[in-house]
Write a new protein. Structure first.
Length: 168
């Protein structure tokens, strides 16, 4: 079984550097072994997406910016074979933009997209996070970064199980 980290970002605005929350779930040997959630002060005080994730400027104004949060997040990626996200291009873009804005190197691991895998390996359409979680009976508090990351990790574990069964 793979060692991987599932990640989910919530953003304040249309800028990829505007992370205001991150959730992570580290998986080793088929089990979620560590989770993390952190609010992040985005670079701009205008939070356009409160209606999606319920995070306001008041929630994050006193939080550290991404560069100060990074040391805690970085631990989740050490030794991981890959990083997974539901709609990986979005979360990869946010991670890369936040790292670049803070003068940090992004993790070198490849990203794996559970949207694509839900379609290809599980045959699910639509492959929205809420639909896939409903189909797989995975609890979800949608747009809570930790809940989304844990759900993504469980989807990836299901995909790995399906792949293993196909090899038998």
């Amino acid at each position: 079984m793979s060692i991987f980290t599932a990640i989910d970002f919530e953003t304040a605005d249309n800028g990829r550097d505007s992370a205001c929350a991150v959730g992570l779930a580290r998986v080793e040997h088929g089990e979620i072994v560590k989770t993390g959630y952190r609010l992040i002060r985005p670079p701009r005080p205008d939070i356009l997406f409160t209606y999606i994730h319920d995070i306001t400027w008041e929630d994050v104004a006193g939080e550290p910016p991404f560069g100060e949060v990074w040391p805690c997040l970085e631990e989740f990626f050490k030794g991981a074979d890959f990083i997974t996200a539901h709609n990986a291009p979005f979360d990869r873009g946010v991670l890369n933009a936040c790292c670049a804005a803070a003068g940090l190197a992004a993790p070198p691991q490849p990203f794996v997209c559970t949207v694509q895998l839900s379609r290809k390996e599980l045959g699910l359409k639509p492959a929205t996070l809420s639909h896939v979680c409903h189909h797989l009976s995975i609890p979800l508090k949608h747009h809570n970064a930790l809940s989304d990351a844990e759900a993504c990790a469980k989807i990836m574990l299901t995909v790995e199980q399906v792949r293993a069964e196909k090899r038998l």
